[in-house]
Design a binder for this molecule. Sequence first.
Ligand SMILES: Cc1ncc(COP(=O)(O)O)c(C=O)c1O
Length: 397
Amino acid sequence: MAVTPDSTRWEALAAVRTRGDVGDGIASVLALLGRPDVISFAGGFPDPETFPRERIAALVQEFAGEGEQSAFQYAPTRGLAGPLDAFADRLETLQGRRPAEDELVITSGAIEALELIGKSFLDPGDLVVVEGPTYLGAIQAFRSFEAALAGVPLAGDGLDVDELERRLKDGLRPKLLYTIPDHQNPAGVSLAAERRAPLVELARHYGFLIVEDVAYRELGFADDALPSLWSLGPDVVVQAGTTSKTFCPGVRLGWAVGPAEVSARLVDAKQLTDQCAGALGQRLFEESARRGWIDEQLARSRVLYRRKGERLLAALERSLPEGARWTTPKGGFFSWLTLPGVDAVDLARRAVERGVAIIPGTLFFPDGRGGDTVRLSFSLVDEERIDDGIDRLGSLL
Ligand SMILES: Cc1ncc(COP(=O)(O)O)c(C=O)c1O
């Protein structure tokens, strides 16, 4: 009887759509994070210093002591009434539009919102337009439904909407357009105010759905948020949001808000994944939002990330050679480096040997471009180690 080597034992049984490298990209990022000796500009994780540990502990005790049922029970698929109301309040305050009850769904993180959108709208071969570069998790989520991905470049102020329009006129027909308009991952840029309404108009004209990812929207360094795409076009935009960066990722929570018809499909899809986002997390977020704790936490987080971001930019200015370019984030976690003539994959390998972790930019393109680009994340790295890390990187260039 033939013996199959262990590593390939289940390969033949695995679904075809899983046989690509789905998962490998993020896994390689996470692998770098575990090494304490490395100064890591790799993963886009929030700083644990921002996590409200004591308040969460007090709330759990409060729920237990008061005999609360809902926090410990299954929840309706769309979400518990109180938390839905708290999310709707925040959307109204922060984005100027209150969703109707049938437009909002509480999800297990933004990544689940993307998964539900893919599951509900993508057949194999369907076209999704993404920014080049874009969030790796989104590339992987859409690919897992065997979608075809087309990248439209970013300009200094976000998605190049003129280029998108040219391609649409030339016959490009996406079902979905995925965009991160605020403090983008990985490039750290934001879509200019004057390009937002025209983008929404393109969706109306050409009949595609905009998937707006607002993961970093509330983490601007200043108080000057631009109108969200969803607030400008609630008829053609589904927004995916997360509490991972504003509360903590240990509570896997997010939202999807969009046209009622779209929202209903996401609820149907969610019944076949986790049925409901964890009720305990929903109640923790609701209470934290109602007591003003989320806003307090956010205010502190924004100061912290601004300080780290500024320190990174100053270090880049000091240590990188002539010709290197980088973006100047006004919020979020990232700056994007362009190093003409440099092979970023090779640089990343040499950097790890010098005790610095960076992510080569190619990973964030759907089509292998960006060979001379690098994502630097300043959110998790120790403030005091930023200068040293960038010095080391500079010495390799
Ligand atoms: C742009 C973007 N969207 C979504 C997510 C995932 O968020 P969540 O933790 O809610 O799944 C991230 C996390 O890094 C992100 O950068």
